[in-house]
Ligand binder design. Sequence first.
Ligand code: AGP
Length: 667
Amino acid sequence: MCGIVGYVGDSTRTDARRVRELLLAGLRRLEYRGYDSAGISVIEDGHIESVRAVGNLDALQAKLAAGTRASGTRASGAPAAAAAAPAPASAATEEAAEEAGGQGAVAVATRPAATGIGHTRWATHGRVSEENAHPHYDSGDRVHVVVNGIVENYIALRDRLIAEQGSVFTSETDAEVIAHLIASHYHGDLADAVRAAYAELQGHYAFVAMSLDEPEVLVGARKECPLIVGRGEGEQFVASAVPAFLAQTRRVQYVENGEIVVLRPDGVTITTPSGAQLQRPVETVDWDEDTAEKGGYETFMLKEIHEQADAVADAVSDRTASGTHVDLNDVGALDESILSGIDRILITGCGTAYHAGLMGRYALEEWAQIRTEIDVASEYRYRRQLVGPGDLVIGMTQSGETADTLAAMRAAREAGASVLAVTNVVGSQATRDADGVLYTRAGLEIGVAATKTFVCQVAVMYLLALKLAELRGTMKRATLQKLVGEIKRLPRAIAQVIDAVTDPDSGEPAGAVELAAERDWEAGFFLYLGRHIGLAVALEGALKLKEVSYINTDAYAAGEMKHGPIALLEQGTPVVVVATDSPVKDKVVSNIQEVAARGAHVIAVAAESDRTIDAHAQQVLRIPDVDWMLQPLLGTIPLQLLAYAIASKRGLDVDRPRNLAKTVTVE
Ligand code: AGP
């Protein structure tokens, strides 16, 4: 998840320096979306001045302060002297520019302008490097774009543009293809070129483009990822989120899914992909800056819970684009030949990452029928290493910096096992301690209690299990295809779960979750129970409650109850039971009867169509009817919100719980 921002203003009132300041200020407000590299491009004196830098915005600011000739800076177009008759960018104009000893400067571009675009990156495709930082540009350096999201068919488009147009690509990213594609469709009207490119692009993204040939225009397009316009007087803003321009204007227009927006200093036009004009209301937002940074939510944790559908879309969409099989070509050295030779897997991680690994284990055993063990990293690292060649050790770590998990990965690697890191942070230590990396692409997570990184970890573990099932031939093609389709639709199911138990305006917990929290927010003890893959949900739900509410909470394999923990139950003890569909569902129902008989207040997590559970539980948190192995991912979300609701009622700081750190870099 990256941050994009664009500005177009009246050049009689604004100069390039102010444009840069506005873009930089906007990017600072979007830095919570990702900050491994950044860049801006501004049209100035007949050329595009582009500056990119690796690292957070301070690095970019330093480059800008050092003046435009610093390395990593580029100026496209020739000095004004080279001006010729205004015409759309074409071979002729290029020639004129060449003649003028520069790239692409023509009369059109000497019109004064106050236009620019900026980007802060959270890498998904391609290393963290200056070349991969945005803005990206076409071979003629006339079209610059900033992109948030993923282009699923970028390889096919890139190969065609190279073959047919001789396009020269300068980065490893999927995003760059958009600049070349727009340029290939450019015939004097940027909006038309963007619409033509939009028709060919597959994926979920939002982008903003600018062209040297139309210096007072910005054109944006949205497919799933957010894009919002900030309306000014004689100036317009466009960005991934409101905070980017809130200091300048509170008047916003939301670009809906599948729409194109054209911004000029004096106005904004929103159209369909075919060009039909649309009316979109100008609304006023009354958020303060702090709320704005949280996307209008009270806390980062709540914002990140609401981002889970988009995050999982980022994690799975291009990897399931075929609709028939899983594509994990971005895992690096651990390619299919190695994966198909693996006959034993060991998963390790800490806290929530361990729970995600546990869910992955059930999918690996069930779908790929591969022996899979799991252990917490702080234990695994000191066990005798009985792994070796032919074994795959998976290190689960969203931050990629957790000391115990890194040590466990290194120990396994030294013992000769192949090591895969499942992580969220490009360039983190885990990526260097592994032979292959499976990125979860959840974007930056600020709340200490992991939420969206968890569901993305589970989603990519599902993908890995399906990939191994395909390579090992342990699944019928029809079943594989059905599951690939279901995983592709997970983002929609996640949005359904969240919408069912949150307030549509504030996003705060509501419905069944609010009812459960209202009853037990003062409870002194909670028990969570689950069986099979449901146990991982119980463990994760319990951890969330412990982390943010500080209530004494336990989670147990439901079958273990009668061997001790059942003694903890009293009249009214809240017991959360994960009763999603599974091969042991009946056993779970009898465990519910067991605890209910001791007076427990049972809150069950169950599938929509399962009405039998109502007879056994006082409350039911429902999830959509997806494949039983996928239900646990969905089942975790109401439990995140339950923990959140209870902690809020207890007046606690859910984003920075006591005694905890987001990344544990010490043993
Ligand atoms: C989860 O909410 C906690 N923040 C914690 O348990 C966390 O999952 C654990 O420290 C592992 O972190 P990692 O995924 O960054 O390695």
